[in-house]
Design a protein around this ligand. Structure first.
Ligand SMILES: Nc1ncnc2c1ncn2[C@@H]1O[C@H](COP(=O)(O)OP(=O)(O)OP(=O)(O)O)[C@@H](O)[C@H]1O
Ligand SMILES: [Mg+2]
Length: 181
């Protein structure tokens, strides 16, 4: 069972490979509705209708190093195992939107995992792409956006070790606060 943060990492890597300039990661937890929803929205090069129809098939990939692409098919299987769903929409040169839903309380639902580490890893990998992360837990909300961080940093690289370490702590601390009464 893979932590959900690793599925998020896989999906964002797809967005970065598709040359997205902006990626938005949204995690929505609603315990009343018993739902955990993850959306990844990018403005990358998108996929054609024909390609999209087969993209949840593991043999669909534009990878050159091996002939199967596993990211999307594994994520879809994880969602469906916990009474959830997987939806993807895409338009050439506009971008791609993936929405994965899990039953929050489902015994097969993997934990979210270390989102601080995941966001930090993504920022370290992302070139010039701007990343926004938005997490809600019922009516509480936390957001982090590379545009805002860069403004505060005032020229210091967002990829410097100290900043990346700070991002891990900052994200994990804020997520912990979401779960507090
Ligand atoms: N956000 C996206 N924008 C454009 N194309 C995408 C996007 N996500 C996936 N694709 C296309 O769908 C294919 C399949 O994606 P998937 O994540 O399942 O496998 P992969 O990325 O090829 O390999 P792996 O994830 O195992 O490293 C990719 O090769 C890519 O061509
Ligand atoms: Mg992939």
């Amino acid at each position: 069972m893979k932590e959900l943060s690793l599925h998020i990492l896989d999906l964002v890597e797809n967005s970065l490979k598709a040359e997205a300039r902006n990626v938005e990661i949204i995690v929505k937890e609603n315990t009343k509705e018993d739902l955990l929803k993850i959306s990844i929205i990018d403005d990358g090069k998108g996929m054609s209708k024909e390609f999209l129809e087969n993209v949840t098939d593991p043999f669909t990939t534009t990878r050159r190093t091996r002939s199967v692409g596993l990211g999307i098919s594994l994520t879809k299987a994880a969602a469906e195992r916990c009474n959830g769903s997987f939806e993807i929409s895409s338009q050439i040169d506009k971008g791609t939107e993936v929405e994965i839903t899990f039953q929050h309380s489902n015994i097969d639902r993997a934990p979210l995992g270390n989102m601080g580490q995941t966001i930090s890893t993504i920022i370290n990998q992302c070139g010039e792409t701007e990343i926004a992360y938005n997490h809600t837990y019922n009516d509480k909300k936390f957001t982090i956006d590379t545009r805002e961080i860069k403004e505060i940093l005032d020229g210091v690289s967002i990829k410097s070790t100290n900043v990346l370490l700070w991002i891990i702590e900052f994200v994990n601390e804020n997520i912990k606060n979401l779960y507090k009464y």
